[in-house]
Structures are given as C-alpha cells and as structure tokens.
Design a protein around this ligand. Structure first.
Ligand code: NAP
Ligand code: G4F
Length: 322
C-alpha cells in the first residue's frame, strides 16, 4: 500500500485527489492548518477514510514533522493562496505561502527522505500575458499577478530541486478546473450559484467584472487523475494539463443561464470593482504531451461542466433556506 501526503486537503483539488487515491488503495494523509480549522468536520464527513496531520506551509518545522510522521511515498503540494485578486491585496503572504511554501516542502523532503516523489500544483497563470497560443510546456512565462509570480517561483524551485538533488519532483501546469466544490469566489461557481439562486427567487442580479476574459475550463475530477499519473512515470517531467478549448466568461454566463431557461441580459451587470489591475486575457492549453505520455485527456466537456455546476447549486440552494 502506498502512502500519500496532500497539502491543501480542504480545497477543491485536495478533496478530489484524496478520493481518487483512496479508490486506488492508497493510505492518504491530508495536511490541515490552524487550531480549529472550520472545514475539518465537513472534510471528515465527506471523506471518512482520510487521516489528518497538522502543518502549515509557512512553518518549516511543521512540514518536516508532517513528512516524518506520515512517511509518504508521494507528496502532492496543493496548498496555496489560490485566489488571484487576493494576491494583489496580500502580495507578501501570497509570495510566502504560494511561492516559498514550495521551497519549504521541498526542503522537508530533502531533509527527511529524498526518495519521496513530489507533485507541485503549477498554474497556467504563469503564462499570463501569453507569448503564444496554445500554451505548451515550452511557452515562456509572463505572469500578471503576484499569485502568478509566486507560482512561477514554485515552478522553478521544483525544477531546481529535481536538477540539484535528483528528487523526483514535477509540476503539473494546470489550466482552470472547476466543479461543484469550487470556492464561491471564483467566477464559474459565482455564476452557477447565482443562476441557481436567481432561478429560485433568492437573488435578483449578478455583478461581474471582465466578461471577455477567456479560459480553458475543465473538470477538477479529471485533473487530479493527471496529478497522480505524473508521479508514476519512469522520468520526472512537467506537463500541461488542459482541455485544449477556450471559452469567455460571457460564454459561461450564457450557458449557465440558458440551462435554467433564463435570459442572462436581465440579471447580469458589470461592476468595476471586479476588474483586475492586470488581466490575463486568454488561456488555452496544449495538452498533447499529457495525452501522448500519460495517456490522459479531459473527459468532461464545457457544456457538461456548466450543467454539472448549475444542477449541483440548484440542489444545494433548494436544501438551504435563505
Ligand atoms: P483552493 O480550493 O483554494 O484550496 C487551497 C488550499 O490551500 C486550501 O486547502 C487551504 O487551506 C490551503 N492553504 C492555504 N494557505 C495554506 C497554508 N499556509 N498552509 C497550508 N495550506 C494552506 O485551491 P484548488 O482550486 O483546490 O487548487 C489547488 C492548487 O492548485 C492550488 O495550489 C492552486 O493554486 C493550484 N491551481 C489551481 C487551479 C484551478 O483551476 N483550480 C489551476 C492551476 C493551479 P485552508 O482551508 O486552511 O485555507
Ligand atoms: O475564476 P477566476 O477568479 O480564476 P483565475 O483568475 O483564472 O484563476 C484560477 O485559475 C488559475 C489557473 O489559470 C489558478 F491558478 C488560480 O488558482 C485560480 O484557480 O477568474 C477567471 C476570469 C478572470 O479573467 C476574471 O477577471 O474571470 C474574470 N472575472 C470576471 N468577473 C471574474 C469575475 N473573476 C472573479 N473571480 N469574479 C468575478 O466577478
């Protein structure tokens, strides 16, 4: 039986990855932070077989202890400040958590056991102001937010520990992936939840920022399978994980409102407060390396993803009173 340690266990990807690894027969430890993390009870209810260990990406000693206590074969570093707008407001915390947190986990592995395989959650945000389309493993980075800059540091320090110490350390350069578990602050879930609430008469309008931005949106449940596959190869390499298709925020809006038979123009307004100091206008990934070498491909279409999220939010909002 293999053992995995996952940081970011309370997040969207952490939960899907834990479920996937448990289904493969892994022993799964999730690293949880804080003295009374409010997400802990829900996590333990949804994934009863998860084992939790305390630790924080800001605390080197806690990471060394977490790795020593759990004795993992594989570490998946999914923990981060992951919301791009927050990274302008708390740039230093983002650099510390999303950037230096990667270094601290790599140091824990180097000190405790260099044979542990390491996955880093890199991001298409590193491409930022894109130099070419579609974006592949060879596309140069030009991050546009403190988050993107921090992820770029995390990406290169992972390459560096692979090259310096021979650690099996890899990055998945994941494009946007969503699900009913996506945080309400991200645009897809903000839209799907608002559509459900408007349909049920609980909300009157939806305020959004840039409707023209384009993203390569996939389903998180598909993407965590690629993360696992990346740690099962003979050679450690980085991979772009994407669907290869792009849609605008407006496409998502139209699809989501259409799903419940409403005309989006009656409900959606733009508000400058949701515009960003520097925007990433277009992302679309080239997943051909992952398809060729990992045998991985996204299986959920854009239309299926929108439908899944709207239906889940309708069910959730019907259960909740306000
Ligand atoms: P998410 O839902 O925002 O989850 C972030 C996780 O990081 C939470 O579990 C959070 O724990 C944890 N965390 C925050 N600060 C921490 C700290 N100081 N120490 C330890 N853990 C900390 O993110 P996600 O969507 O699952 O994404 C997973 C990873 O993939 C992130 O690194 C993200 O940047 C990256 N990524 C995501 C996408 C995407 O489209 N989803 C695409 C590319 C890359 P708390 O509950 O305690 O706050
Ligand atoms: O959903 P978003 O906040 O995701 P964003 O910024 O693309 O970042 C996500 O994907 C990255 C991978 O590329 C991850 F690394 C990162 O951790 C995160 O998971 O915004 C998507 C787009 C942006 O262009 C934004 O300007 O939607 C636009 N948008 C328009 N109105 C909005 C809104 N975004 C949010 N969050 N809220 C709005 O009201």
């Amino acid at each position: 039986m293999k053992t995995a340690l996952i940081t970011g266990i309370t997040g969207q990807d952490g939960m899907y990855l834990a479920e996937h690894l448990l289904s493969l027969g892994y022993r799964v430890y999730g690293m949880i932070r804080g003295q009374a993390n409010p997400k802990r009870p829900q996590l333990e209810r949804i994934i009863p077989n998860i084992e939790l260990v305390e630790g924080d990406l800001l605390d080197q000693g806690s990471l060394i202890a977490a790795v020593e206590i759990t004795g993992p074969d594989e570490v998946y570093n999914l923990g981060a400040i992951s919301f791009v707008p927050l990274s302008w407001k708390q740039a230093e915390l983002t650099a510390d958590t999303t950037g230096l947190g990667v270094l601290r986990m790599l140091e824990a592995i180097r000190i405790v056991n260099k044979n542990i395989r390491f996955y880093q959650a890199s991001s298409s945000e590193m491409f930022g102001k894109v130099r070419e389309t579609p974006q592949s493993e060879q596309t140069p980075f030009h991050p546009r937010s403190p988050y993107g800059v921090a992820k770029t540091y995390g990406h290169y320090i992972t390459v560096n520990y692979r090259e310096s110490y021979g650690i099996y350390a890899v990055s998945g350069i994941c494009f946007n992936h969503e699900s009913p578990r996506r945080g309400l602050e991200f645009v897809t879930r903000k839209i799907s939840n608002a559509v459900a609430r408007i349909k049920l008469g609980k909300q009157r309008e939806l305020l959004l920022g840039n409707l023209d931005a384009k993203r390569d949106w996939g389903f998180a449940g598909d993407y965590v399978k690629a993360m696992h596959l990346m740690l099962q190869q003979d050679e450690p390499e980085d991979y772009v994980i994407a669907t290869g298709k792009t849609h605008s925020v407006l496409d998502f809006v139209q699809q989501a409102f259409g799903r419940v038979g409403l005309d989006w123009r009656e409900y959606v307004r733009t508000d400058p407060k949701f515009m960003r100091p520097a925007e990433v206008e277009l992302l679309v990934g080239d997943p051909s390396k992952a398809e060729r070498k990992l045998g991985w491909r996204a299986t959920t279409s854009f239309e299926e993803l929108v439908a899944m999220m709207v239906e889940a939010d309708l069910a959730l909002e019907r259960r909740q009173r306000d």
